[in-house]
Structures are given as C-alpha cells and as structure tokens.
Ligand binder design. Structure first.
Ligand code: BGC
Length: 747
C-alpha cells in the first residue's frame, strides 16, 4: 500500500506538461497515460455497463459492448431494499471488472424535483434520505469489487432543458437539506472513487467553477478525498475550474486545455500547488482502481436472472380492485398494447446499454399462459388515436376474463437531454383504455415509463402495475408479478400526483431558459403534499401486495444517552401467501421555530414474512438525522422539544404514531435583545424575577397575562415597543443587559 510520501515522490517526477496532461482526459473515456502512470477507463452507468468499443458519445448513439441491461434506478429504488442495492452494486462491479472498466459512472442521485424532469428514470427518488441510503449501498457494492463509482450529478441539476447553462437558484436550506444532503452522506459514509459534477450553475455560478461546492463543502467540510470529474463537456474555462476544485476534465481537450493550464501556471495566474493537488488525487485513484490480472468471465445468463429478480422485486402494484391480480391460470386473456411486444426497458441517452437478451412481456406471458388474444392498440410514432387499431383491440378484449393492457411513455417523449411537457399518457393510449373499459371492466394496466404518469383513467380499470423501465428481463419480471410467482413488494420512491398542476415546482419549472427558481424550498415531493394535506393519485411509499400486513405493539424509546430513537413494531402477514412489507418511519418536527415538513422519511426496513408469520422490526433514528440546516448560522442543528414519529406503509397510510420529546441537546444560553418578544420575558419570569421587579415590569406582566385579549396582542410585541406604555428606551436597554447577565451566568 503506497503512502502519501510515495505519491508525492511520483508527483515530483512529473513535469508541468505531464501534470496538465494527466488532468485532461486522453479521449472520450480514458485518462492519459504519462510515463509510469497508467491510464484508466471510465464508462456509463448507471444501470449496466456502456463500454464503447470505438468512437465515443455521451448519448448512447454508437455501439457498445453487449451486456446486461438492468432496470433503471427509478424502478430499483422502489425496492426500498438496502441489501438488494448492495448486491446489485456487486453485480455491476463484477461486470465492470470483466469488461476492464475502472470507474462506473453512477449512481444517479439527482433529486426528482419535478415529474417532468427528463432524466428522472436514472435517479432514485424525490427524497434525499432514501436516495442516500440506497446510493450508499450501490456504491459500496460496486467498490467492493475494486471498481470505482461516480455518483452524479453534483449538484442541483434537476432539469434537462438548457442543462448546460441554466442556473438553479436555491435558498441555502433547501440546497443543503434537499439537494446536497444525499451527496454529503455518500461522501461521508461511502467515500466513492469520484464524484461527477453537473453541467448547470448553482446560484449563478457554474458547478465546475463553483469553489464553494467543489472545495469548501466537498473537501473542507465533508472531507472528500476522491476525485472530482467533470460531466462530459461541462468544462468551459479549464483554469477557473481547476482553481475551483474540478480535478479531471472529461472528455479531455488536450490541444486546448493542456497549454492553457501550463501557460496559467507559468504566468502566475494559477498556483501550481492547485495542479499538484488534483494530480495527487488522480494518482491515488489510478493506483487504487487499476485492475490486475486477466479479466474474469461472467455468465450473462446468471446476470440476466439477477436483472429479472431485481425487477420483479421492485415492480409496484398500485391498484388491485377485486383482487384481479394475480391472474388466474384458467381465465381467458387478452394482451393489448404494442409495449407488450416492443417493451421500453431502458431509456435513451448515456445510460443506454447494448442489451444481452431482451425478453418481451408478450413472450414471457406466452410461456406462462400459452395462447391469448393480442392486439397492438396504438403506434409509437403517431400518438393520435388510431381507430382501426383501437377497434381491433376492443374485439380482442371483448368477453375475455382478463385484459392485460400495456401502456406508457414512448421513448421519443422521454429521454436524457430534454424535459417532458406533460405527465399524461399519449392520446392514442388514453383512447384505447377508454374504449376497452367500455366493453370489459376486468382490465389490468401495466405501465412502462421512466417517471410519473397521471392516471385519471385508473377508475376505469381494476389493476394497475408500475414497471418503469424494467431492464432486459422486463418480460419475465412482469409475468412473475402478474402471475403471482413473485408477490409484489415495491413501494413508490416518488409521489404520483393527480395532475402536473398540483406539483410543488409547477409554477417555476422550466419557466425560464436561464433561471430555474426553486421557490418551493424544502417542500419537494411528498413533503409538500403531506404538509398541505393535498390528495394525490398514489402517495410516496405506496405499493400493494397479494397479502395483507398488520402492525401491532409499536414502541418508541428516546435514548438521550445514546442520542438515538429506537422504534420497535411488530408486523404480521395476515394473508395466505408469503410477502414483503416496507415499514416506513416519518418524522414530524414540532420543536423547531421554523417551517418544517409534516413528514420526513427517517428510517425504513423491508421485512419478508411467510403467511401467518410475524416479526418485530427494530429501527433506529440517530439524533443526527433530526438535524435541519440553519441558514443564519450555516450549521446543521437539532432542537430540544416535541416530535412525532408516524409509522406506516406509505406517507399517507400511517398505522400508528408516537409523540416524544428530546431534552438532551446542549443549547447555548438564551439571550434577549430589544427585539425579543414580551412572551419571551413572560416565559422567563421566574428566572428573571429580580430584574422584572427592579424595573417595575411585574405589574405590566400581571396585567397582560390576566387579560386574554391584551395578552394576544401584547405577547408577540418586541420589548422595545414598551415605549408605547411610557417606558424609556434607555431603561429597556439596561433591562435587557441585566437579564442577559443573569441568563448567561445564573447570577
Ligand atoms: C451525462 C453523464 C454521462 C456522460 C458520459 C453526460 O452527458 O450527463 O451522466 O455519464 O455524459 O456519457
């Protein structure tokens, strides 16, 4: 194992040109090979390995090696299963090793601020806690195989339109609590090999040139010691970006960037120490992630099976009226919808891999059920209703016991590089659902889409299954869930609102080409709906099962010594089949004197239960997770006071709640000012009785507290307003000074 001194010695051997060369990618995917420093290969992610064999592009346009297309992260997040994410990471790491890829460009961690954001399929959740918990496992899994990761895109890149130039304008609290906190946690708890910056600006400064984000936060506060890599093509001014803390430029622009860096150092515009700082980070990365020996083989069929398992376990059963699912073996069936034969199993853009073996739902259902009626129902190119196709589908569906109708967003309306303009299904599909519902009520809609879909038609159908983009085993995984071979246990990692107009960022999202104003602040996703108590189509955390669960014996114990809250709850499978439930714990902070969301996910645990079985699930919330970001002090803080935990199966399906109090946080002594309210004095009247007497305020306090009408008016008024009652400002100043001495010293 090399020591710091060894890397420094290696650095000493390099000329300024060598160093500038190393910090500039040699081509689209490789770092430069300079004297004895190896090159390394970076490849997309995040849902498979997109290793390009010739040429390079960031949009998945030209070919790449054949490999397993795993489900998109939007689907995988729905497992809420940390162990599975870890295993998924290990599988990805093994494939990367077999393909001699040193750094896998993932996971995608952007927060889903709007359902319209074009790349939501690649990201985990609208919730930073869930994002962090799952991303940490993904990263640890990949890195356990000796492969580096690149959590992306740091930071606050929440739309695709003008993603290279627009400014995400965010107040500090939302920035830290919602958009940065998951990155902070992965850095502190998983130390990924690299972090990929995003293209956009944050508060008007390009992220690649943002010293606050790349150095003050990432390095000084979070102690990150890996490498910051640019998103592909993000660098505008190489010297500025290097100074801010962007280490590696990808893809490199050797003829442009190398001379610029060399010249800047020679002319004194750039401190060579900053170049050295980045080179040292790169040397360490290369040393740690260089692969030794022969690349192992991997059996693609086994990995395909894993893609099937992970997809089936993630699929979300949104609705199941009259227990229409699982499908009955003996029933007559119609399968409708072109997606059944031409599934959308991955999205367009840089995450698109060259799939090994795509199994369609049509073929997989054939395998299970033999013959059934089939009709396309719609086209992908022309989104207007096609009456002939609809008529054929209606004919196929008529009189059948079960209609399985595939619907979703065609690729041309949903991809990297642009945002969606609507969450409504294309007209031809809505018309199809409507027409079929008129002849047959027994419909199960199976959705294939990268992100949230509006479901106003859901009352016309009985079953609704969300499969997102399920990867190359889409067919088998879908059939596993529909047939009941796998009992669904996925839970939505994002809210499905009724309408796009209901979403918290609706008024501002994509309204300007340059400025994206995050006016909703911390109220993103379910934080908004839960706080406003607004109806949604399907809430965050929602997902049904073919069995039922009962929650009993919940207990909450606040351990002020260990600074944690322990929650125990017994979950019983009261149905007749094996199943899995995700116990979710949401916190309501009633202690802090600042706006808070009515629910914040703080713990969750997936539990598998045989029919009739019960287990006690224990969850721990360290006090640390109760912190909020105080923009006045620029510090995270916890408050003593009252809290409630809500335990449930979704943010809206709460089975039980417990109030508790935290008392053990050391707080600085209270200090008054002329702006402190009269209520503050009233609350402290026992402690400050001497000063109150001395200045003759006792009578006034008595009067105010004994007359309710007066009390309501007076309590919020600042101390300085007592001049209205004839008191002198000079006396009030002295009073405050004396009170503060007592409050500080107790004397
Ligand atoms: C994307 C990244 C990707 C890179 C390389 C960029 O356009 O934003 O996520 O890793 O291209 O393909």
């Amino acid at each position: 194992m090399k020591q710091e001194a060894d890397y420094r010695a290696q650095l000493e051997q390099l000329s300024l040109e060598d160093k500038a060369t190393l910090l500039t990618g040699a081509n689209f995917w490789n770092t430069a090979k300079v004297s004895d420093v190896n090159e390394i290969l970076l490849s997309d992610g995040p849902s498979g390995i997109r290793k390009q064999t010739e040429g390079g592009d960031a949009l998945g346009l030209t070919g790449s090696v054949e490999t397993i297309a795993f489900p998109c992260l939007a689907l995988i997040a729905s497992t809420f299963d940390k162990d599975l994410l870890r295993k998924y990471g290990e599988y990805l790491g093994q494939i990367a090793k077999a393909e001699k890829v040193n750094v896998l460009l993932g996971p995608g961690m952007n927060i889903k601020r709007s359902p319209l954001a074009g790349r939501n399929f690649e990201y985990l959740s609208e919730d930073p806690f869930l994002t962090a918990e799952l991303a940490i496992q993904y990263i640890n899994g990949v890195e356990s195989q000796g492969i580096g990761t690149s959590p992306k895109h740091f930071a606050a890149n929440n739309r695709e339109n003008e993603r290279f130039t627009s400014s995400s304008n965010i107040q500090p609290r939302a920035l830290h609590e919602i958009y940065l906190s998951a990155f902070k946690r992965v850095v502190e708890e998983a130390q990924p090999a690299t972090i990929m910056n995003s293209y956009n600006k944050v508060n008007h400064v390009l992220v690649v040139e943002n010293e606050y984000l790349l150095t003050d936060l990432l390095r000084s506060q979070w102690n990150y010691d890996g490498l910051v890599v640019s998103d592909w093509g993000a660098v505008k001014d190489r010297v500025k970006s290097l100074r801010a803390g962007l280490d590696l430029e990808m893809p490199g622009q050797p003829d442009y960037s190398i001379p610029q860096v060399v010249e800047a150092v020679r002319s004194g515009k750039l401190d060579e120490a900053l170049v050295d700082r980045s080179v040292l980070r790169l040397l360490k990365l290369i040393d740690k992630y260089t692969l030794e020996g022969e690349a192992p083989n991997y059996n693609k069929d086994n990995y395909h099976e894993f893609a099937r398992t992970i997809a089936a376990q993630s699929i979300v059963l949104l609705q199941n009226e009259d227990n229409i699912l699982p499908l009955k073996d003996e029933s007559s069936k119609a399968v409708i919808g072109a997606f059944a034969k031409h599934p959308r199993y991955q999205a367009g853009g840089s995450s698109k891999v060259n799939a090994y073996k795509v199994v369609t739902p049509f073929d997989a259902l054939k395998e299970v059920y033999g013959d059934f009626a089939y009709a396309d129902g719609y086209e992908f190119e022309n989104l207007d209703a096609n009456q002939q196709l609809i008529d054929e589908a209606v004919e196929a569906a008529k009189g059948k016991d079960e209609v399985i109708l595939f619907a979703g967003f065609p690729e041309n309306v949903e991809s990297e590089g642009f945002d969606k303009t609507s969450i409504v299904l294309p007209d031809n599909q809505v018309a199809l659902i409507d027409a079929i519902a008129k002849v047959n009520p027994n419909i199960v809609v199976v959705l294939q889409n990268g992100s949230v879909v509006a479901t106003p038609w859901r009352h016309q159908v009985k079953g609704l299954v969300e499969t997102y983009l399920a990867g190359e085993a889409v067919g088998e995984a879908t059939a596993d869930v529909l047939s009941g071979k796998v009992n669904p246990s996925g839970k939505l990692a994002e809210t499905f609102p009724e309408r796009i107009q209901d979403t918290p960022s609706y008024l501002t999202f994509n309204r300007s080409t340059e400025e994206e104003n995050y006016m909703e602040g911390i109220f993103v996703g379910y934080r908004y709906y839960a706080t406003k108590d607004l109806p949604v189509a399907f809430p965050f955390g929602h997902g049904l099962s073919y069995t039922d669960f009962e929650y009993t014996d919940s207990k909450v114990n606040v351990d002020n010594d260990k600074d944690q809250i322990q929650i125990d709850v017994t979950v019983k499978n009261v149905g007749s089949v094996q199943g899995a439930e995700v116990v979710q714990v949401y916190l309501q902070n009633r202690a802090s004197n600042i706006e808070m969301a009515a629910r914040e996910l703080k713990a969750f645990e997936r539990v598998e239960l045989e029919a009739g079985e019960s287990k006690t699930v224990s969850l721990v919330i360290p006090f640390e997770r109760l912190k909020w970001y105080n923009p006045q002090t620029d510090l995270w803080q916890i408050d003593n006071g009252d809290y409630t935990v809500h335990i449930g199966s979704s943010v809206n399906d709460i089975h039980t709640h417990h109030d508790f109090e935290i008392t053990s946080i050391d707080e600085p002594p209270i200090q008054l000012s002329l702006d402190s309210s009269l209520k503050d004095i009233i609350d402290l009247q026992d402690t400050l009785s001497k000063e109150i007497d001395e200045f003759g305020f006792d009578e006034m306090i008595h009067k105010m507290t004994s007359e309710p009408n007066l009390r309501v008016l007076a309590e919020p008024a600042p101390i300085r307003m007592l001049v209205m009652f004839g008191l002198k400002l000079s006396d009030l100043v002295k009073f405050v000074e004396k009170c503060n001495v007592r409050l500080k010293t107790g004397e």
